[in-house]
Design a protein around this ligand. Structure first.
Ligand SMILES: NC(=O)c1ccc[n+]([C@@H]2O[C@H](COP(=O)([O-])OP(=O)(O)OC[C@H]3O[C@@H](n4cnc5c(N)ncnc54)[C@H](OP(=O)(O)O)[C@@H]3O)[C@@H](O)[C@H]2O)c1
Length: 253
């Protein structure tokens, strides 16, 4: 019984694809044969990504999306299904990660973090789920974090939002897995992106991070892509409602 890791010709959405992990995941999915709808607020960056993917022989299309806007999520996801004829894979990657000490957290900061990281992910799951349940097939992958299961200083809002992603992933798996829609989360360790560059470029912070990763290195977008492609492929058909940690052992201790 040879497992099937192919996502050839699958129709995939990646949110938060204008930079960082989402940008690289879109490239990796396209290189693996998927047709990718890339989404974010920065249209110019998405256009550059689409151009890079097509120059590499892949297929992609850009869609402007602010995941805080539920009506826009529904309309853009519907547009993808119309443009491509179906929707097979959704990677909910859009997220904010800036930390803040608990005593300094403002209501606006808290709401923004929850709106993007948790409410945005839920309503993207719902929009995808509605389309996928009708097809009887779909793979949803939510980008969580290693700190969805352990704490980190300055992470009160971030960790709560990512823990929430794990929980909604489990509930949606209970509701949807018998109808052909699998939903899982991935939990990366630190990865150098525009969102983490300032922190990871500080030798002191980076050394602190490395000291906590038994594998001895920070993650790469390729590490996350491996997990995402597995969860998007038929090889993971019996895997649902789980969190796949890509953390070099951070949470094993
Ligand atoms: N880097 C890490 O170490 C790490 C570790 C664990 C988990 N993660 C998670 O991985 C994901 C990506 O992180 P990253 O480091 O690549 O972040 P990043 O470099 O800051 O990129 C964030 C992406 O999210 C998009 N985004 C932000 N707000 C949005 C909104 N309201 N609507 C739509 N898109 C929005 C941004 O696009 P626009 O600004 O163009 O909209 C951008 O494409 C996040 O969910 C993060 O929590 C990251």
């Amino acid at each position: 019984m040879q497992p099937n890791f192919s996502i050839q010709d699958k129709i995939a959405i990646v949110t938060g694809a204008s930079k960082g992990i989402g940008y690289g995941l879109a490239q990796a999915l396209a290189a693996a044969g998927a047709k990718v709808a890339v989404m974010a607020r920065s249209k110019a960056s998405l256009d550059r990504l689409v151009e890079e993917i097509s120059r590499a022989g892949g297929q992609a299309k850009a869609y402007e999306l602010d995941v805080r806007n539920v009506e826009q999520i529904r309309s853009v996801f519907g547009q993808v299904a119309e443009d491509f004829g179906r929707l097979d894979i959704v990677v909910n990657n859009a997220g904010l990660g800036e930390g803040m000490l608990a005593e300094d957290i403002t209501e606006d900061y808290w709401d923004e973090m929850m709106d993007v990281n948790l409410k945005g992910v839920f309503f993207c799951c719902q929009a995808a789920g509605r389309l996928m349940l009708e097809q009887g097939y779909g793979k949803i992958i939510n980008v969580s974090s290693q700190v969805s299961v352990v704490g980190i200083t300055e992470g009160a809002a971030y960790c709560a939002s990512k823990g929430g992603i794990n929980q909604l992933t489990k509930v949606l798996a209970l509701e949807w897995s018998s109808r052909g829609v699998n939903i899982n989360a991935v939990g990366p360790t630190f990865i150098h992106t525009p969102g983490t560059a300032e922190r990871l470029d500080s030798p002191e912070f980076r050394d602190g991070v490395l000291a906590r990763i038994p594998a001895g290195r920070i993650g790469t977008i390729g590490d996350v892509a491996g997990a995402v492609i597995y969860l998007a492929s038929p090889a993971s058909d019996l895997v649902t409602g789980t969190l796949l940690l890509v953390d070099g052992g951070w949470t094993a201790q």
